[in-house]
Design a protein around this ligand. Sequence first.
Ligand SMILES: [Zn+2]
Length: 396
Amino acid sequence: MTPSQPAVLRRGDRGPAVADVRDRLVLSLDLPADAVQAASGRSDAAFDDRVEMAVKCFQQRRGLLVDGVVGPVTYAVLDGSRWSLGDRVLRYVPQSFLEGDDVGQLQDRLVQLGFRPGKVDGILGPETLAAVHAFQAAVGLVPDGTVGPETIRAFSRLGRSVTGGSANALREREQLRRSGHSLAGRVIVLDPGHGGADPGAVEGSLTEADLAMDLASRVDTRLRAHGVRVVTTRTRHTDAGTDEDRAAFANSCGADLVLSLHCDSQRNGPAHGVATFFYGAADHGGWSATGERLADLLLREVVARTGLTDCRVHPRTWPLLRRTRMPAVRLDFGYLTHPLDAALLADPHTLDRIAEGVVVAVQRLYLGDADTTRTGMLRVDDLRRHLAEVRAAAGS
Ligand SMILES: [Zn+2]
């Protein structure tokens, strides 16, 4: 956001910053063209019901948290949505990475041509820069990392010879296969949600931050027993900061996977059950196939062991999922506001069963196609024997 803008805009706000948001929503086709703010009316441009609804539509489409409020994350995605590849020169800026749909298109193009820009997330970070360098060198341009007219022309000369948005997914799967079946030596970041001054959802004696921490330590013990290096984003008494901070931390650890743990709440609502979330934005190609696979395994293993309801797997572009360079999955294990879920979560045995499900799901991810276990059947104590059997059957 530009310095003149308040950090958050919501219904009832007025002023030039609101006019700016309205104009961008017209460009993204979420508001009709007549909502464009004329220069004369910018100082009292209103964030009214119609604008709020348009913001919600935009957030829904982009997989953002749908709250109708324009905070830094929504603004960054809204701001980036007006660019198409070629509209502007793209440069790597170390302190604040460029973001936009054009960056996503660049990454898509690089993937199609066999380069490795990292996650297709619309953020121009170091991996994308390295892929631009490699591309420029390969086509005989000066490898300066700047995507200007010459580099764009080189892309169009290469035409559409390589296509298929699933190249990234194939590459992820191949990396996973090559990494082997064993859990030993992997680095896994556990991210218990909230913490410090932020308890998350609180219902009666149950507190989301504490439950997430409790579950994290049960998962931690079991993973360590299988030789995993576990790093946790926070302790019982400290805060881990924003989702962006947590993602940056996981990136700095060079983790293989990130597991974020939360509970849900819904006042006066019937919602209950378990859901998992992975990085995916269907409308511009970003999709973590490994994240999706792990999210699916986690959900099924946890549901099969606990009796919690299956609330399905969902693609999202939340900062923790989007900004992590490795597959990241968020597990929401129950609603504190629902009596059934609350009773289950108050029982430490349930947390043990969820932890078992998490560890088995992670092991099954690395077993890949070699794994023919039925969901809910494998016990953590049997994992070593199971791994040996899978290896023997595969002849490796
Ligand atoms: Zn939470």
